[in-house]
Design a protein around this ligand. Structure first.
Ligand code: BGC
Length: 326
C-alpha cells in the first residue's frame, strides 16, 4: 500500500471474530458523466453498515481492551454516564508519520470539509464534532483517540475488485455444479500483516482521485509495479488503463465496519468492480505480489472463501450484479 511516490501507511490489523452483517438493501444511484463509476451502478445504503467489528473486544495489534458497548448504548443520543472508553493511540502515530494527523490541540483540522488536500468529508453526511473531536457516525466503540488510524474522523480507502469469468480450455464459461451459475474469479492478495486474503485495496492519499488510488493499489499489490523500471511501469499503466477507464460497477461506498475504528476515527471505502469480460486485458498479465501483499492469485468468487474485513460482502454484491455463482 505504500510506495516510493506516496507516504507509507499503517499496518492493517485483522479480526476474525465477527462476520460482516450488513443489510442486503441496495439502491440505484444516479449516473453522472463526471464519475466513471456511475454508469451501471447499484450501491449499498452506507447507513446500513453494521457496527460489530468496530466493537471487537481487543484492539488490533495491541493488548488494549475496549470498554464493552452493548447494542442499546451504541447511539450517542442514548444517555450513558457510566461510559468510560479507553484512550489509545498506536505508538506508530507518536512518531508523527506524514500520512497521519498530529494530535488535536497541535493543529485545528477543518472537519466535514476538504481540508487542504485532506478529504475530511464522510460518505455518511455531516458528522458531529464534540470538544474538537469528531464522533463516529455509527456510535460508540469503547475506545477514544485514533488507535491505528492516521486521520481524525473519516479515513478514506479504495478497493479495486478485478474480475473475469472462469473458463475451460476452449474458453467456455464454467458453471458451478450446485448453483448452475457461471463462476467469477477475482484478483486476491494475501496480506502480509495479518495473513488474510483480501481485495488489493489501500488508502487514498491526500489530494488523490479515487480512480487513481484504485489503479495504483492494484498495480502495486497485484502487479508489483514498484519493482519496475519507469519505462516498464509506463507500459503497464497503459495496458491496464483501458480496463480501469471502462464503464464499471460501483459496488459499495460508505462506512466500513473495521476493527481499527474508534469513537473519533473510522474507515470508509469505495469498492469498484473492473470486469475483464473478454479475458484479454488484465487476465493476460502475470500477477506478481508487491508492497504489502505476500501472495496474489485469481480466486473463485464463492461465499465459502473467507476474506479480510467486509470484502466478502463486496464480492457477494458483485456476484449478484453479474448473475454469477456465490
Ligand atoms: C484496506 C481496504 C479496506 C479498508 C476498510 C483499508 O486499509 O486497504 O482494503 O476495505 O481498509 O477495511
Amino acid at each position: 500500500m505504500s510506495h516510493i511516490f506516496f507516504p507509507c501507511r499503517p499496518a492493517i490489523s485483522c479480526s476474525h471474530s465477527h462476520p460482516f452483517r450488513a443489510s442486503k438493501t441496495v439502491r440505484p444511484i444516479a449516473s453522472s458523466c463526471c464519475n466513471p463509476y456511475m454508469t451501471s451502478v447499484w450501491t449499498m445504503l452506507s447507513s446500513a453498515a453494521p457496527h460489530v467489528k468496530s466493537r471487537c473486544p481487543q484492539y488490533p495489534g495491541s493488548s488494549i481492551k475496549r470498554f464493552p458497548v452493548p447494542d442499546d448504548k451504541l447511539d450517542w443520543n442514548q444517555d450513558w454516564p457510566q461510559y468510560d472508553p479507553v484512550s489509545y493511540t498506536a505508538p506508530i502515530l507518536l512518531n508523527k508519520p506524514t500520512w497521519a494527523d498530529p494530535d488535536i490541540g497541535l493543529f485545528s483540522p477543518q472537519f466535514n470539509t476538504v481540508d487542504g488536500a485532506v478529504d475530511r468529508t464522510s460518505f455518511e453526511g455531516s458528522y458531529k464534532v464534540e470538544d474538537g473531536k469528531p464522533l463516529n457516525p455509527h456510535g460508540r466503540t469503547g475506545l477514544i483517540g485514533r488507535g491505528l488510524l492516521g486521520r481524525w474522523g473519516p479515513n478514506h480507502a479504495a478497493d479495486p475488485i478485478v474480475t473475469r469469468w472462469k473458463v475451460d480450455e476452449k474458453g467456455a464459461k464454467i458453471h458451478h455444479s450446485v448453483s448452475q451459475r457461471p463462476i467469477l474469479q477475482f484478483v486476491s492478495i494475501k496480506r502480509k500483516d495479518c495473513g488474510e486474503w483480501a481485495i488489493p485495496g489501500g488508502m487514498v492519499d491526500p489530494g488523490e482521485q479515487v480512480s487513481l488510488t484504485l489503479q495504483r493499489e492494484f498495480s502495486e499489490e497485484a502487479l508489483n509495479s514498484l519493482s519496475l523500471q519507469p519505462s516498464e511501469r509506463a507500459e503497464l499503466y497503459e495496458r491496464i488503463t483501458k480496463l480501469f477507464d471502462s464503464p464499471q460497477f460501483q459496488v459499495y461506498k460508505g462506512y466500513v465496519d473495521d476493527p481499527r475504528n474508534t469513537d473519533n476515527a473510522w474507515m470508509e471505502t469505495v469498492a469498484v468492480n473492473f470486469h475483464d469480460g473478454s479475458g484479454d486485458s488484465v487476465s493476460e498479465l502475470p500477477l506478481q505480489a508487491g508492497d504489502d501483499a505476500g501472495q496474489v492469485q485469481w480466486v473463485d468468487v464463492d461465499s465459502s472463501f473467507a476474506l479480510y474485513a467486509s470484502h466478502s460482502h463486496f464480492l457477494e454484491l458483485v456476484a449478484r450484479e453479474r448473475k454469477a455463482h456465490w
